[in-house]
Design a protein around this ligand. Structure first.
Ligand SMILES: *Cc1c(COP(=O)(O)O)cnc(C)c1O
Length: 370
């Protein structure tokens, strides 16, 4: 018997080449467009806190030094802001890293990871990277359906990812529903509550998940500095989790996964409550305004509680999402195509500056008359 021939060059392990790489929102407009409004990645139209900008400038003077590998100052600042024990917080290189670490640590090849039909695409990517089997379950009215999630649980299920509110739909489920999901999950299944947009939500029946994490052994919450704090470029997120989960993640993460400038920026950003409040106030004004104006144009908009809206285009070729995207891009308004999320005829728009919001509505009004 002869050994199988070795490949002529290094080969990725099985499954890697089946992964569809994440496609980020566009950031540029066609040549010749003078002013670009990037509304494709749910970034903060007010920018970062000035205190965070200062902190990064100061950090630049000390960039030869390694960061504190356990980001102690940042975990303490987060703990103070939310009344949490810093020992249950782990800081990550964006919350994407937290999602990846959870998949890597809790999924063996063949294990199933569950998420919803229009859920964040990063879940699928990390489940596949871990050798797991991605299981997408149907939603109800573009909203997570707890019964559908529960129906998908099998003995191979190890992890459930739930973005609440979800991206790109902007819909959320009341916390009674999250509790009902948790109560029916087998105790060995990890429930990941991705609360990337929690700060924006203004609903009495919404909770990000802090209390459920505190009182359970199988629930974690991920958060990010990329959205309300305006630090997308710094790559900073965190996870609030039971001690046994923090312990496991700490064993596999990079020893210096969060860089020094990001740590300092995060400490300054989380202490700047007024910047957060101003951002929420801006969103509270413009989200309903955009929803009303776009609806008036005859476009269907999914009701959102986040800092973005999903805009659905008519079923006629001339006014499709693809055509609208072209039309808007040519005028400097960069929105997000969401075909990869199961919405071939919709665009996601971040709530932008006043100028951007008014500009998009005016441009779409013109577009629909073409
Ligand atoms: C933007 C977003 C994140 C945050 O990603 P970062 O890696 O922290 O920038 C996480 N989850 C969802 C659903 C998001 O939309």
């Amino acid at each position: 018997m002869t050994a199988p021939a070795s490949p002529a060059r290094p080969t990725p392990k099985p499954g890697v080449m089946d992964i569809a790489a994440y496609v980020p929102g566009k950031s540029s407009a066609p040549a010749g467009v003078s002013k670009v409004h990037k509304l494709s990645s749910n970034e903060n139209p007010l920018g970062a806190s000035p205190a965070a900008v200062d902190a990064v400038r100061t950090a630049a003077e000390r960039m030869e030094f390694y960061p504190d590998g356990s980001a102690t100052a940042l975990r303490e600042a987060i703990g103070e802001a939310y009344g949490l024990n810093p020992a249950n917080i782990l800081c990550t290189n964006g919350s994407d890293e937290a999602i990846g670490l959870l998949a890597q640590v809790y999924l063996q090849p063949g294990d199933e990871g569950v998420f919803t039909e229009h859920g964040f695409l990063v879940y699928r990517i990390y489940i596949q990277s871990a050798g797991g089997v991605p299981v997408a379950v149907t939603e109800n009215a573009e909203t997570a359906d707890i019964d559908a999630i529960l129906a998908a649980i099998t003995p191979r299920t190890k992890i459930v990812f739930l973005a609440n509110p979800n991206n790109p739909t902007g819909t959320y489920i009341p916390f009674t529903e999250v509790r009902r999901l948790h109560a029916a999950l087998p105790p060995h299944v990890l429930l990941v509550l991705d609360a990337a947009y929690a700060e924006y939500v203004r609903r009495n029946d919404y909770e990000s998940g802090v209390e459920l994490v505190s009182t359970s052994e199988n629930v974690v919450m991920t958060r990010t500095f990329s959205k309300i704090h305006g630090l997308g470029g710094m790559r900073l997120g965190w996870i609030y989790a039971p001690a046994h989960v923090v312990d496991a993640l700490n064993r596999v993460r990079g020893p210096f996964n969060v860089n020094a400038a990001a740590i300092d920026a995060g400490v300054a950003a989380i202490r700047d409550r007024s910047h957060v409040e101003n951002t929420v106030a801006h969103n509270d004004h413009w989200l309903p305004w955009l929803t009303a104006e776009l609806t008036q144009l005859g476009l269907r908009v999914t009701p959102s509680v986040g800092n973005f809206i999903l805009i659905h285009f008519p079923e006629n070729e001339a006014h499709s999402a693809a055509k609208a995207d072209e039309y808007l891009s040519a005028r400097g308004y960069i929105l997000r195509r969401v075909a990869g999320y199961g919405f071939p005829n919709a665009l996601r728009m971040t709530v932008g500056s006043e100028e951007a919001n008014r500009g998009v509505v005016a441009a779409l009004s013109d577009f629909l008359k073409t």
